[in-house]
Design a protein around this ligand. Structure first.
Ligand code: PLP
Length: 407
């Protein structure tokens, strides 16, 4: 399978990929691209060290917008001027959700609900809970199965004339359930609501068509499948005809109409820049550019095809080796409904995960009993999946024997 894989050569372009570590966590923190080492070093020496503050006059000021447009083009199919690199996902989510809720309340005070699912990522739930308290609106929860995600029927039942905003993840962090983003967006719009998509687990692994699918707002991580490095800043998407109509709550100088006028009052910049607050974290943006170059070269369609092949292979091997030990699949079986990770469930998985880490096999553990295997299409090989699942099988067997008092 590796020999037949047209994207196999990308693996060599990541630090450490040739080593013995089995890395099943590229969906939490992607491997560093080799080229990023040189890029960051050159930046520190020549750009920061050489240009000093003059660097802001040139490239740096534009970088959040340039990279934003590049993510728009290569990753989420958004035309220029709608995507920007900003703060963390959490902070961007707050800014955009708050802006959307404020705009809806101003238009109609009866639009006082935010719809979100009970298994959305914790930060999303916490941020929305905070906004609800701040603005006196209510959260309407969609109760989802932890091995699935929000269906069109469930959303249709939850939205109505009171819905201000819907916030959903495109790929569920626990189950990898891939939501039908186009259909769910349509349902939200039919109810007069705005929708904010969290693309953290899809950006760089699953094609997104933000413009075509009619997204209003979106946020996404850059340190997962975009390999930007620990804490690299997130991106935000705001549909162009919505930009002037909403106002984000963290009014900083970098989002002001005239940054260096340093005037007495804040007036938001036109366009996407009004969603920026403070000085952009330039060093944190450099590594992801190397992944964006690879994505531009490979194309999201090929990346998605490899991702489907990897997750399907993992499921087939798990079926053969792990199902007889009592392991079940807590991710959708249908690849059309699955992102780029697979969650395998068994009550012993917490223990198994801890032992696997000790032998350099690095999956993630998520309750209840989920061994989460993230397969990053550009840096994961089929051989790596095979080796990691063999280690999982052996470790699980040992744990089960010990628990039965037989070892
Ligand atoms: C990883 C992840 C986040 C992380 O947010 P940070 O602010 O970067 O910590 C948010 N949402 C989802 C769905 C994620 O998977």
């Amino acid at each position: 399978m590796d020999r037949a894989d047209g994207l196999a050569h990308y693996r060599k372009r990541f630090v450490g990929a040739a080593g013995d570590v089995v890395y099943f966590d590229g969906n939490s923190l992607g491997r560093p691209p080799l080229a990023a080492i040189e890029r960051v070093e050159r930046f520190l020496r020549d750009d920061w060290g050489g240009r000093l503050i003059r660097g802001w006059d040139e490239a740096w000021m534009q970088l959040p917008y340039e990279i934003g447009d590049r993510i728009g083009r290569a990753v989420i199919d958004a035309k220029a001027g709608q995507t920007v690199i900003g703060d963390s996902t959490t902070v961007l989510l707050y800014k955009l959700a708050r802006a959307a809720v404020d705009a809806q309340l101003a238009r109609d005070p009866g639009r006082n609900e935010i719809v979100v699912d009970t298994d959305n990522f914790p930060t999303d739930r916490y941020v929305l809970d905070g906004i609800a308290k701040e603005r006196g609106v209510r959260l309407r929860w969609i109760d989802v199965d932890t091995s699935g995600g929000v269906t069109p029927e469930q959303l249709a039942n939850a939205v109505g004339p009171a819905t201000a905003l819907v916030v959903l993840s495109h790929v569920a962090y626990r189950s990898a359930y891939l939501a039908d983003a186009r259909e769910l967006t349509r349902i939200a719009h039919d109810a007069g609501a705005l929708i904010l998509w969290d693309l953290c687990h899809s950006a760089g692994s699953v094609p997104v068509q933000a413009d075509l699918w009619g997204f209003d707002l979106a946020v996404g991580c850059t340190y997962k499948y975009l390999n930007g490095g620990p804490g690299s800043p997130a991106f935000a998407y705001v549909r162009d005809d919505l930009q002037a109509a909403i106002r984000q709550p963290i009014q900083g100088w970098m989002g002001a109409a005239d940054v260096f006028a340093m005037g007495p009052e804040y007036a938001p910049a036109p366009g996407i820049r009004r969603f920026v607050s403070g000085t952009p974290p330039i060093v944190g943006m450099l590594a992801m550019e190397e992944t964006l170059a690879m994505i531009e070269e490979a194309g999201m369609r090929a990346i998605r095809a490899k991702s489907v092949a990897l997750t399907s292979f993992a499921i087939a091997v798990a079926d053969e080796w792990l199902a007889p030990l009592g392991v079940t699949l807590a991710s959708p079986l249908d690849p059309e409904q699955r992102g780029s990770h697979v969650t395998l469930q068994h009550p012993a998985m917490r223990e198994v995960t801890a032992r696997l880490w000790q032998r350099d096999v690095i999956p993630d553990y998520r309750d209840p009993g989920g061994l989460r295997i993230g397969l990053s299409p550009l840096s994961t090989s089929f051989e790596e999946v095979h080796r990691g699942l063999a280690a999982t099988r052996d470790t699980l067997k040992t744990v089960l024997l010990e628990r039965a008092g037989l070892a």
